[in-house]
Design a protein around this ligand. Structure first.
Ligand code: ADP
Ligand code: ADP
Ligand code: MG
Length: 669
């Protein structure tokens, strides 16, 4: 084997290229036309365009991929995960073309391809399976009777399902018909097959899976377990190895069952046996059941690599080349603990809806392992899975591994698209996750606590205001904000208002320049309509291009602005702001006709009288404050309605100085 074609894209294509190169193989990427500058294309030795953006016209097109392999003289094809990785017709096509498929033979793949047939097979092999109905008949009446016999709650599953699709939990008989119809519709749409099975919904369910590996000489080993119970929409977001609370007794029962499962189909290559585990009484030797087998490399394989020191892709390549498994069971040992977080372009606050955008900033933390498929400047396309990167930590124990991962997430900077970074950071910092007390419902139950909190939002919002002020034209230079606008040129400290869209909700910020001695002291900012925003306001001041002082606390703020959008990241928290209309329009005039003093001082001179018609820029009042004379200049044309102070008056902060009305209003009176 001298050259390898990778029939995939994104982080997994890059991951496979890395090992293939190290093993001395020539690497060939395939790509759709929108991926022409994608990282996997740039990293491979050769790359072939195989069609258009839609996966069906490129990454799922068996003929085009085989053709690309022939044209470039590829000896082998690695399918990665997703796309064609579990498609037995692709395996057959490789064989027909005389190309090595890096994975199991098509027979083993077919045996595990449909969940119902796989469960029947596993039952025969003596592997515990989830109690339920996995027969051929799909009569709704029969399915309803079976559900009742199993006992609610039950789970209706598409037999061809994957990625959590075509699955419905049903809690009572009344809900059954609607749930069945929904699961069938979803399954037909996603997999072209309406066939379902029904399972007992396991209480306090935990997802624990075992990595298995077989070679073509009849050897099978396991590489211990992974816990993938932290899921959203039945899909994993955090995975760890080993499983928290695992005992040697339960581990040996689970890994024995997994090896038995792999042997039952003469399995070759990397595979994963997924078990659903009853976590209500701790882990028990009789409390786990086979769910399905994934006949491919798993997304979360890096945590197993971390704790065993094995490069699973290297093993895949060696086994595909006909070699013996590089290690025996007794040579495999667990070392430390590893956790992975899947960083997605998606919005946890709106049901984890995938997001797109340009990665104006993309700087993964420099500690720990990062498997990523994108670079700064890349776009997140709507055609494919929005996985940006996987962050993986490895430490001596579970506490340290979670601590490290939290730090990696906080240090990773992503601006330009919405991501789940903050959500993951809160998730891995959560006390219950840290203590290992969770099941697959954890994210749903704790969602509110995992979205951003008001306090963090407030700090971000005032940082956004500080950054938006120079941008919307009040001044060009943040450092000279207070100087140029000095409170006295600003309508005598009248509040300026800036409107910002925060998560698409329109918010008004009131700004008041803070007293300064010739240099910028920043602003006191209020958001009168933002829930729970402190009524006294929050003081904010730019310290340097990437540091802001928030109520006297210096924090790092990463910012990126493009046209009317401002992306900010402050520590673990991030948000997107928009200015409703770019330009000076967004800065609305004074809050009221009353012009008040922003600070205590002494009136030196009053340069106007009631009834005067005044023009923008004209000097109205001179005040001495902090040993400096400041001029209050008029910012818009108008008529002085009344003046409330005289020369030599001492004035207090917030005291009314004068009233200015628009000309039309004054002529009527
Ligand atoms: P794993 O079981 O390896 O953790 P997931 O279930 O999250 O992986 O799915 C692996 C990848 O394959 C994801 O990118 C997912 O979107 C994709 N995927 C899973 N099942 C299917 C399927 N049936 N069809 C297409 N893509 C799928
Ligand atoms: P997929 O092919 O979509 O990965 P799985 O059968 O592996 O489908 O199930 C996906 C997830 O759904 C599991 O990780 C688990 O969280 C949940 N699940 C599946 N079966 C059960 C069950 N019987 N009881 C409780 N939860 C389940
Ligand atoms: Mg699964």
């Amino acid at each position: 084997m001298q050259s390898l074609l990778i029939a995939n894209r994104g982080e997994i294509a890059c991951r496979i290229i890395r090992t293939a190169r190290r093993c001395g193989l020539r690497t060939i990427a395939v790509y759709s036309d929108v991926d022409v500058n994608a990282r996997h294309v740039l990293q491979a030795d050769t790359a072939v365009c195989i069609g258009e953006a839609a996966a069906a016209s490129s990454y799922l097109d068996i003929d085009r991929i085989i053709e690309a392999a022939r044209a470039t003289g590829a000896d082998a094809i690695h399918p990665g995960y997703g796309f064609l990785s579990e498609n037995p017709r692709f395996v057959d096509a490789c064989e027909t073309a005389g190309i090595v498929f890096v994975g199991p033979d098509s027979q083993a793949m077919r045996a595990m391809g449909l969940k119902d047939a796989a469960k029947r097979l596993m039952q025969e092999a003596g592997v515990p399976v989830v109690p339920g109905y996995h027969g051929e008949s799909q009569e709704p009446d029969l399915l309803r009777r079976e559900a009742l016999a199993i006992g609610y709650p039950v789970l209706i599953k598409a037999r061809a399902g994957g990625g959590g699709k075509g699955m419905r939990r049903v809690d009572s008989a009344e809900e059954f018909d609607a749930a069945l119809a929904a699961a069938q519709r979803e399954s037909t749409a996603s997999f072209g097959d309406a066939h379902v099975l029904i399972e007992k919904y396991v209480a306090a369910p935990r997802h624990i899976e075992v990595q298995v590996f077989g070679d073509s000489h009849g050897n099978v080993v396991h590489l211990f377990e992974r816990d993938c119970s932290l899921q959203r929409r039945h899909q994993k977001v955090i995975e760890e190895a080993p499983a928290p609370g695992m005992t040697e007794e339960v581990r040996s029962a689970m890994t024995d069952a997994a090896v038995r499962a792999a042997r039952a189909i003469d399995y070759r290559g990397a595979g994963t046996i997924e078990f659903i585990v009853d976590g209500s009484q701790g882990l028990q030797t009789d409390g786990f059941w086979f769910m399905e087998m994934n006949t491919r490399l798993q997304v979360e394989h890096p945590v197993t690599e971390a704790i065993t020191g094995v490069d699973l892709v290297e093993w895949q390549l060696r086994v595909a080349a006909g070699e013996l498994l590089p290690m025996t069971q007794s040579e495999l040992q667990i070392s430390g603990h590893s956790v992975e977080a899947r960083l997605y372009a998606e919005n946890p606050a709106s049901g984890f809806l995938p997001a797109t955008g340009t990665l104006h900033r993309f700087r993964p933390a420099e500690t720990g392992r990062v498997d990523s498929g994108v670079e700064e400047g890349d776009s997140v396309l709507p055609y494919y899975d929005p996985l940006l990167a996987k962050l993986i930590s490895h430490a001596a124990d579970r506490q340290a591994a979670f601590g490290q991962l939290a730090q990696q997430l906080a240090d990773t900077v992503v601006l330009g698209t919405i991501t789940n970074r903050e959500f993951l950071w809160k998730l891995v910092s959560h006390e219950q996750v840290r203590s290992g007390r969770f099941d697959t419902s954890f994210i749903d139950t704790e969602l509110d606590a995992l979205l951003h909190s008001e306090g963090q939002m407030h700090a971000l919002a005032v940082a956004a205001v500080e950054m938006a002020v120079p941008w919307i034209g009040l001044t060009e230079d943040a450092d000279s904000v207070a100087q140029r606008l000095g409170p006295w040129q600003l309508w005598g400290g009248a509040r300026r208002r800036i409107r910002l869209l925060l998560d698409e909700s329109l918010q008004t910020a009131e700004l008041q320049a803070l007293p300064s001695q010739g240099h910028s002291a920043g602003w006191q900012v209020r958001f009168p309509n933002l829930e729970e925003f402190p009524s006294s306001g929050i003081c904010v001041q730019a310290l340097s291009p990437d540091r802001v002082s928030v109520d006297g606390r210096s924090v790092c703020v990463h910012a990126w602005r493009v046209t009317d959008r401002l992306s900010l990241q402050l520590g673990g928290t991030s948000a997107e702001f928009r200015i409703p209309q770019a330009g000076a329009d967004a800065a609305v005039g004074p809050a009221s006709d009353a012009i008040v003093s922003p600070m205590p001082g002494r009136v030196v001179a009053v340069n106007c009288s009631a009834g005067d018609r005044v023009l923008a820029g004209q000097s109205l009042i001179v005040v001495e404050a902090m040993k400096m004379e400041q001029e209050l200049a008029c910012e818009r044309d108008g008529v002085i309605e009344s003046i409330a102070v005289r020369a030599e008056d001492q004035i207090a902060q917030g005291q009314e100085l004068l009233r200015l009305v628009a000309e039309e209003e004054s002529t009527g009176t």
